[in-house]
Design a protein around this ligand. Sequence first.
Ligand SMILES: *Cc1c(COP(=O)(O)O)cnc(C)c1O
Ligand SMILES: [Zn+2]
Length: 447
Amino acid sequence: MKAQAYQKCINFRCGAEFDRMDVLFECPRCGDLLDVRYPWDKLPVPGSLGEFSNKWSSRHNRLDFSGVWRFGELLPFCEEPHRVTIGEGQTVLQQNCGLAAELGMRPDGLYLQYEGLNPSGSFKDNGMTAAYSHAMMVGATASACASTGNTSASMALYSHSCGLKATVFIGEGKIAFGKLSQAMDYGAYTLQIAGDFDDCMGQVQDVCRKLKIYLVNSLNPFRLEGQKTIMFRILEQLGWQVPDWIIVPGGNLGNSSAFGKAFAELKELGLIERIPRLAIVNAAGANTLTELVNDRGLRWNGGQVDQELIADYYADLDARQYRANTIASAIEISRPVNLKKCIRALEVCDGVVLAVTDEEILDAKAQIGKYGLGCEPASAATIAGLKHLLADEVVGKDQRVACVLTGHLLKDPNATVNYHSQMQRPFSNPPVQVPNDLDRIIDLMKA
Ligand SMILES: *Cc1c(COP(=O)(O)O)cnc(C)c1O
Ligand SMILES: [Zn+2]
């Protein structure tokens, strides 16, 4: 075997291998998902995770500054000259004592990994830097994606920074204004399809296949390599200790898939001893994963995932003309493209899945905001889910939990303003009307 990355079909029966230079978003033999794999024993892997901390001393080097490429040895699919970076991954893991106390946890037990600090304001930049590096490596000239918003914002930024054309497929009406404004401002060609995200996802795959355009949705296995680094940074900020739980919202299930792969590889390389548990939180209005895993018993099963169970479920969605519907637009997806890799991640991480209502999401979002880090609705599904997991004693009150806040508060200002000024929920904080009169103002402020 060459000392080089390659692609491999995740299907147990197929397992076909492909060159890293092939541009594929499904296995040409069986149609299943592809992984990026590495011949680790022929590659320079650090002896311990601590060696990555040394790179901070060479942060004048753009690639060592990047929160993704600092971990380049753990995603070695592309040589340095092709690596694209715009300074992604400068994100923080905030220990949030206030929120921990409010949830009845030990005060030092709750951490928020704030991915809103990325250049385009969401975790998607971790993946795009990797996908566009691969695009540069194979000489792509045009790229496209379907998006609920953040993918388009991120891809527009990265495609133009490396000179590729960018086309975005968005659904009707369902895109948060912060995100749409980014795609337009960064100059993406934006096609609004008369349909929802799942429709866009279908169309963009056909278009990319026909026109040989580089697809940057999370079907792209190279994109997921970049998203592994969110976990590396959490470990790094915990002094290379493994937390008890990682909690992440589940939409197209790219993140959860990437996290599972990250931990499986770190374990395989002997760089960690223990794998944390993973909790994936759906919105109740887009709960395909929860229903398939909790109600219908879908499991990894040694790689033999029950395809018929999935097909039946989707046929039922079709029969009911089901449309995903949630305020958390970033996870409003009923046919998650990475479903099988996510099922594998659940196996690797002894994971659990659950769904939370829009009210629970918005309440949790306001609580997160109140303690210092704003996020968009989808991100708050983590804390909403954590409340259930604590109540059900799945997560212990004295365990260490890291929640991934996937996107910035300013992505969806309408959801926030509406919650605070219209909804009269427990954490609503509406502006108070007062006449233009000093005494009345002072009365109110003394109250
Ligand atoms: C894309 C996105 C998600 C969903 O992540 P998946 O990897 O598709 O499951 C969640 N939150 C935000 C803010 C996103 O942009
Ligand atoms: Zn295959």
